[in-house]
Design a protein around this ligand. Structure first.
Ligand SMILES: [Cu+2]
Length: 137
């Protein structure tokens, strides 16, 4: 379900009404589900985040053409970054320069997600010219 996170672009009364309607829909959907304690196999943390605008955000960095895109990113403390390898060769995401954290080897189509509290630079240790960084604002 798309979340409208730019309320200043909409009439405030309409937005509030829509929000209440969405909340009511979500609430009734949840309360009518007797198996709500059972996790759905398809549920992921990312899905939950899209339903809770106040929750930590997830930004996506695409790995393609031997580069991280975007190569620089500003996030909020506690936000997650989702790297997805859309290249034709395997890569990894490794904290630069000490390697304090590192993704598994990401084959084409593989992804890696991690939450961060601190700014960092990173690179692909297989192809050290591939660099990226993110800043905590
Ligand atoms: Cu690489």
């Amino acid at each position: 379900m798309p979340i409208m996170n730019k309320p200043h672009l909409m009439n405030k009364t309409k937005y509030t009404t829509l929000g209440l309607a969405l909340s009511a829909m979500l609430f009734s959907a949840c309360s009518g589900n007797s198996s709500q304690q059972v996790a759905h196999p398809a549920d992921t943390g990312t899905t939950v985040n899209t339903q809770l605008p106040a929750a930590p955000h997830t930004d996506t960095i695409e790995i393609k053409g031997m580069a991280f895109n975007p190569g620089e990113l500003t996030i909020s403390k506690g936000d997650s970054i989702f790297w997805i390898n859309h290249d034709i060769v395997a890569h990894n995401v490794t904290q630069f320069p000490q390697g304090h954290w590192k993704s598994p080897l990401l084959q084409p189509g593989d992804h890696f997600i991690q939450a961060f509290d601190d700014s960092a630079s990173y690179y692909c240790s297989i192809h050290p010219t591939m660099r990226g960084k993110f800043l905590i604002k």
